[in-house]
Ligand binder design. Sequence first.
Ligand code: AKG
Length: 336
Amino acid sequence: METKVISGTQFTSLPSCYVRPESERPKLSEVADCEDVPVIDLGCGDRGLIVKQIGDACREYGFFQVINHAVPKDIVDKMVAVAHEFFSLSVEEKMKLYSDDPSKTMRLSTSFNVRKETVHNWRDYLRLHCYPLEKYAPEWPSNPSSFKDIVSTYCKEVRALGFWLQEAISESLGLHKDCLKNVLGEQGQHMAINFYPACPEPDLTFGLPAHTDPNALTILLQDLLVSGLQVLKDGKWLAIKPQPDAFVINIGDQIQAFSNGKYRSVWHRAVVNSNKARLSVASFLCPCDAANISAPNELTTGNDRAIYRGFTYAEYYKKFWSRNLDQEHCLELFKN
Ligand SMILES: O=C(O)CCC(=O)C(=O)O
């Protein structure tokens, strides 16, 4: 494929390199709306209830939405606006940031891993490392001029929310609130600002095919006007309707491993549509490279033998990026 972004170009038909074989297409007519998405009110004042709801959602779904999460609305609105502004720049301007090298800490790219995949995905994305901010923010785009300030503020807010949630997740497993954070070490933070242009033939391709997230926790901001996120529940794909002022929280592979498989790293995908471009902002909290990921003793006693062998996050991450996105669950390769 020509390594070129798709946002900013008009397509009247889907180029063949995006067309999935029949058996791998999204079958959009078979997807139902998820009617019972767990929505957890973090401002309800009852921590015990919140911890229980989070535990139930992580076990049953591997994802949930949070409202009253304390991230100020104006910071979220500005994040969305500046992301739209970035993707409205000319193709020449955006191409200055283009790279298909996954090891780059700041890059505009397209699809998922154009070096490895055979069929591409209808997505452009800006991928940023975000922690420590003093190290990474200087290399972020300087066009739009407000980008660095707005995204830095958003990143700090989302990181605080993520840590709050990790404490609650730890408690929901019957552990001390700091247990999960201690295992993950000084966490990295990455962001993918995803832009899915309107697609001439959305039935034939994906924005992102089914995948689980390799990190610990993902905090996803969905475009309120255009849906596209789908999650796999009991073998069926369900569409997650965007909800005002909510974040979607996905459990990643590292929490599945830490919980000894009690919590599920959810399979999810993004589909596209022919009318409107869609934007999402995914913030990923990632263990530090040297973190030794294994379930604590409390979760591997009695009948609960350790399902996965211990590994470092660096080892896991390397394996994840050496594969195609839609292969078997990467954790399968780390089973005892
Ligand atoms: O756009 C979405 O809703 C999903 C994004 C996602 O799964 C990702 O960035 O890993």
